[in-house]
Design a protein. Sequence first.
Length: 551
Amino acid sequence: MDIREKINTSLGKIILGLTQESIDPELSLTQDLSFGDYTTNIALRISKKLNINPRDLAEEIKQKVSESELLKGDLEKIEVAGGGFINFYLSEKYLLEVLKNIDDDFGVAKEKDVKTVVEFGDPNPFKQIHIGHLRNFCIGESFSRLLESQGNNVIRANYQGDVGMHVAKALYGLIKKEVKDLTAQNLADAYSYGASEFENSEEAKKEIQKLNKLVYEESDEIKELWENAREISLESFEKIYQKIGVKYDKYYFESETAKEGKKIVLDHIDDGIFERDEGAVIYRGENDGLHTRVFLTREDYATYEGKDLALAVMKNDDLNYDKSIILTGNEQAEYFQVMLSALKKISPDLFEKTTHLTFGHVRLKEGKMSSRTGDVITADWLLNEAVDKIKQNFSEVDIDTSEKIGIGAVKYSMLKFAINSDIHFDFDESISLDGNSGPYLQYTYVRTKSVLEKSSSESGSNSGNIEKEENELLRYLSYYPYFIEKAAADFAPNVLCNYLFELCQKYNLFYQKKKIIGHEKEGFRLQMTKATGQVIKNGLNLLGIETVNKM
């Protein structure tokens, strides 16, 4: 049992005895090691209910916890601070026990008892994958791995728009430019041409609208071209997924959800959830403090809104999930509020199981825009550019290692910020070995491997007092389960990024100040080195980043 579980169990029994209620003690890490490792404000929260001075209550709880057999030997001391905070200090015995048990599964829940669908990425075939999608992929994959670490059986889902006006514009471009060789780049060029013609030519606009109708009707007139172009586009997407280490379990397409979406909307006109308005079918969101949106066009084609309703139903029918998490850009926040409001009335159960998360925009830092393709900064270009810069800066590493470092650098730059924040991607910052970057973490891992290779001893008990740098590193290693649990619960990979960065800083300080090889405590310090490398590897894996053996 993890130390936090032990403390929470002990506190829970004490609080139940005092209040006759089950109340979460809300144990958290202290901000300063001088105030212990973990802290709770439970005494402050329940003192009014019990009509007891919070500090006196904290002292009473402290005494009861001190007598707990469950925590015997795990705590150095317990202190009451301020107006009634209770601070817990981990014992040396506990820290050394943790050190011995750091392995591949450290901090990971073994039972997968919650089925969670994580829908992320969602690129549109016939268009290119851009850097916004790349951030979506990075966050979605890391979310998935974090959730898996906390007992979720995760199904990765990808919902792709293979019908709609963007498809019609691309098909128009292919036809008008008489493209014979279907490639991803030719599709992107055809889409750009079609999009431009749609805006500038009434005749082209009408032709594109006709093509859109033919696609929805699955007309033989356009079906073969649509299928071939779609296949080429999806194949190009798979190459990106493979490059960044994403493997989907389920694919859904708008061509599949369109008919079901139409049926769902039409079935809920009579009960007042939707209504006809000038031929279209709308959901009047103003009644819920939102805004009105169209769910079926005048031609009774399902819009994105109608299709998303169908997608929720189809995913549940296919997978019978416990939770559904949908990740999109910030610009879709208001759209999803309306769609989920309609879903709540149609299926309250599906609404309760659904969480919509959004992430901010990605831009290149000013002055880095010269390599854009049209108005789109493609994922392929960004990844290739990062790998090229790694090759230039790390000339001794092989191609495979360069790719792992370059792709890891991009991923880490996408993950180290809070997901709802906008970010400006900076190549120099992303590949630096001096700051909060993927290569810095990978380099620290390489350092731990290098130290271990210089000695045949990888274990040993501590002889003498644990010194300051050793103590801080030991404590920080023990916090890893707390941080991955928090990152998963808060949907915040940046929490894990920050932890790993600080862990690397603490190890590098320890490395600089303490002799390892040849010291009387060599075995113990090697054990800490090995554990640090293991935790870095485990943490990077949850971020979807590979370690390397040489830099």
